[in-house]
Design a protein. Sequence first.
Length: 376
Amino acid sequence: MPTRDFYDVLGVDRSASEADIKKAYRALAREHHPDVREDKSAAELRFKEINEAYAVLSDRRKRDAYDRFGTVPSGNGGFSDFGGFGSPFAGGFGDIFDMFFNEPRSSTARHRAGPARGSDLRYDLQISLEEAFTGATREITFEHLAACAACKGSGAEPGTLIVRCEQCSGTGAVRHVRQTPFGHFATQSTCQACNGAGQRPQTPCHVCHGHGRRDTTRTLSVRIPAGVDNGSRIRVAGSGEAGEHGGSQGDLYVYLSIKPHPQFRRDGPDTFTEIVASFPQAALGSQVSVPSLEGQLKLTLTPGTQSGTSYRLRGHGMPRVRGSQRGDHVVTVYVAVPTKLSRRQRELLEEYARAGGDHIEEKSFLERVKEAFKPD
């Protein structure tokens, strides 16, 4: 049962808000923390009293019970026993630092750097449209941090030991104490001597100078599947940089781009090309040969094919990376008009014209408008 009024302990009114209570507690905690007081025994009692009052008044349920009954329940969900000076509300100086500055007090385990996975790498590779169509295998060469072959990544000269870091006593962290207007504040930082590992090579490796990794040039073969497109990414597991302190290697990601093609254009799984047909081929209809990424294909022109007409050859486009289906190959036909004619060719065309071949059957503008608005 409390011996002093909790509101008096914190120096606030009974109508104080949660923010007022928290502000008052922080000010008193700074002033009466045992780490900043000469009479530590008296400070511990005062500090415990402040924490006990704050623990009740900062909790809405407990504060309501205190206001109604002048006490708080004990047992499961109660708090008649706040523990000693090592309780969560009366912890060491680091807990107060956490509360004021919202920075977690790093324990030895947090500072000690265990095995860390190596970084992932990116490699940009440009390939041809033909390689994207058929798939390919390309060799690439790149620089990366690899585990030192001499010390096998340990950083220690072969035959020597890994010993505890003397600077941080194996904790991986160094403690710094500074004087402020509020007293002594302590912070911890990663030990620079061992980079947070807590241990160091007794004799650093003569090749990597104790780092366990070194810059290496590597060449490897990358399999490019058929159907890839601009922005496609290939993951090569375990080919990134070596990890620290024996950690696993990162991955290599190969990003692909497709070089522009002089004859073909691609849009997703479909490919596009253009051909030129003669007037007789377009007018009479004929079978022509058209280029594609898989070779020459046969295309049958329907009689009366107009310049700019497109034909779709289904299943002759790009393969898909996943699945067996393929896109289409789209061929646009342009009709060539001869610029030079022999005498016989001219005679035949003139005869064709006299027979009505130069008459173009085209509806008038008014007829087209009427047809457009004609009800179905």
